[in-house]
Design a protein. Structure first.
Length: 563
């Protein structure tokens, strides 16, 4: 038992788990990170990071058999031949879709931090105030001021590029130099601002080192080269991942034990001590069961997996899942509505070019229901657009010799793409639970997902499509086409909730420091903790909440309040 005793255990090594590990280790705690997937070492295990298309057997396409066998993961735009090894195949890890739900996962050291799109916007005060103002979910137990210093703290280490805009709907952070809009994007930005006065699109904020500082160079990371082949793992460490950043920082302290291939089955509730003492683990390969013990436990297995682990942590004290006296565990799951997009043409600027593959788009913070409820739907959406030249490298019918070369080098006309990221309202009827009769190969019940859109999502989608069309038309675009992808929830890969934060143990599982009300040495700081979804890409908020929660947990340990 002694050899399995640590100060802290972190479950999961993705975006939030990496942060928990770094912070706990740097504060001097002997920390065990349990990761169900295989080891992926920065650089060493990025097998495709410099591969050219002709070096890949299917020229970076996914073969038909794979598409048929794995329909869910194949719907993710980033799942290609060069990245497939970082995504979970449907067949390997089944779950039950009570309603259609595309659950996209990355089971390896680093989790989805290797394959995320790296867009990072802070929440605003309006997002934290939303549920109490508009009467949905429960009141967030924190406000923007509580998390703002922690946003700064994580942004400095991660390296976020962005521009200073002074917008109250999308607060500024600690930024490296921003990426540049191209000439057509700038023109569209100006025309929309002129037409509306208050709709200011800005360049996206993202976790890329445009100009690394000492803190990044010390991590062994270098400048982003705008290759936009990030999903393979970056040879320069140009974008933030656990593998390039937080896990090496944790390891440097000498306090980290990282144990890949360790599937956490459940948490151990000690009936005599009346507290959680550790976790049960099944070895991914040998299927051998083991137990590990610690004073404090951080759950960072990603939103739905954290729900699964807690639901599976039953005892005579907690027959319905750890800390679940209220019956709230697994409920109020929400996500982002990505269904709407528009495409259009743009005339002119034919003598203008742009360089590199910029890893971000142009974005407009939510402008609906910000200061008061004013639409026939609740909450709002962010809008993104980008403009590029089509046909670059397109060769048409000229497939040989000099004509081919000339056609390859000629850029085509400008086109514009716009998309939405809408808030969804957490509801009791959107929930996850455990299968009573089906288990995976590690003996863990399959997760059942019952999550759907509602009328509010349809109204919000229609408004985005109307507004998008109007904005593009005012910007001088032509041939504007609106699309409702009708994609299932989940494909946004921003699933949140189920173990939400709140003020009252009757209606929430966690307090304002991500600490379980009824198991105070257990902390949940991945997407499961989210009370509502906001309209921003969520991961930078998970990072800030995690660093803040560790700070609180370690202080509570020192005061002997937990552990
Ligand atoms: C294509 C794509 C684009 C995205 N773009 C963005 C974006 O632009 N901005 C943004 O904010 N977010 C984006 N996301 C979402 C982002 O990746 C997630 O929000 C983030 O990774 C969540 O962090 P996490 O720590 O909760 O989970 P993860 O990063 O998924 O890590 C969880 C880890 O826990 C491990 N684990 C799971 N179950 C167990 C268990 N039982 N025992 C042990 N270990 C376990 C997993 O193997 C995994 O390594 C994107 C995701 C994808 C796939």
């Amino acid at each position: 038992m002694n050899s399995h005793q640590y100060d802290a255990i972190v479950v999961g090594s993705g975006i939030s788990g990496g942060w928990a590990a770094k912070e706990l280790c740097e504060k001097g705690l002997k920390t065990l990170v349990l990761e169900r997937g295989r080891q992926v070492e920065h650089l060493k295990d990025y097998s495709t990071m410099t591969a050219a298309p002709w070096e890949m057997p299917h020229r970076n396409q996914i073969p038909l058999e794979d598409k048929k066998a794995n329909p869910v993961v194949n719907r993710c735009y980033a799942y290609k031949e060069d990245t497939a090894h970082f995504f979970v195949k449907d067949q390997d890890h089944p779950y039950v879709q009570e309603k259609p739900f595309d659950w996209v996962r990355g089971y390896q050291v680093g989790g989805k931090s290797l394959i995320w799109a790296r867009q990072t916007q802070r929440w605003s005060k309006y997002d934290f105030e939303g549920p109490s103002r508009d009467g949905f979910a429960v009141d967030w137990p924190i406000r923007y001021e509580d998390i703002a210093p922690w946003y700064s703290y994580v942004e400095r280490f991660v390296g976020i590029s962005g521009s200073y805009e002074g917008l109250d709907t999308l607060p500024d952070g600690e930024f490296l130099p921003a990426w540049e809009m191209n000439c057509v994007e700038k023109e569209i930005q100006e025309r929309i601002l002129k037409a509306y006065g208050d709709r200011k699109f800005i360049i996206g904020r993202c976790a890329h080192l445009t100009q690394p500082k000492d803190v990044h160079l010390q991590q062994g990371r270098g400048q982003c080269m705008a290759r936009n082949q990030c999903y393979r793992g970056c040879p320069f460490g140009g974008y933030f991942s656990s593998n390039s950043s937080t896990i090496p920082a944790a390891a440097k302290t000498g306090n980290l034990t990282l144990r890949p291939d360790s599937v956490v089955h459940s948490l151990i509730w000690d009936e005599k001590k009346e507290k959680v003492t550790g976790v049960r683990v099944i070895d991914r390969v040998t299927k051998e069961a083991t137990e590990y013990f610690a004073k404090v436990i951080f759950l960072n297995a990603s939103a739905l997996n954290t729900n699964l682990i807690l639901l599976n942590s039953t005892s005579s004290r907690f027959p319905n899942g750890l800390g679940n006296d209220s019956g709230m565990l697994g409920k109020y799951i929400a996500f982002h509505n990505y269904r709407g997009s528009l495409s259009a043409g743009f005339e002119g600027f034919e003598d203008k070019y742009y360089f590199g593959r910029r890893p971000t788009a142009v974005m407009l913070p939510n402008f609906r229901n910000v200061h008061k409820q004013e639409m026939d739907f609740q909450r709002g959406y962010m809008s993104f657009y980008s403009a590029g030249r089509g046909g670059w490298g397109g060769t048409g019918d000229m497939n040989f010799g000099a004509d081919f070369k000339e056609a390859s080098a000629k850029p085509g006309p400008w086109h514009v793409f716009m998309m939405m990221q809408g808030e969804t309202i957490p509801k009791e009827s959107n929930f996850v639970s455990l299968s009573q009769d089906q288990k995976d190969e590690w003996g863990i019940p399959l997760l059942k997902v019952s999550v759907d859109y509602d009328e509010n999502d349809e109204l919000l989608l229609n408004d985005f499509l109307e507004q998008g069309e109007e904005m593009l038309s005012k910007a001088g675009c032509f041939n504007i086409r609106k699309t409702d992808s009708k994609q299932s929830p989940g494909l946004d890969i921003h699933e949140m909730g189920g173990v939400r934060m709140g003020r009252d143990p009757e209606t929430s599982l966690l307090n304002g420091f991500n600490q379980m009300h009824l198991a105070p040495n257990v902390f949940v700081s991945d997407g499961a903790c989210m009370t509502s979804t906001g309209t921003q890409n969520p991961s930078i908020t998970y990072m800030a909440l995690t660093a803040r929660a560790v700070d609180y947990a370690v202080a509570a340990l020192k005061r002997n309040e937990i552990g």
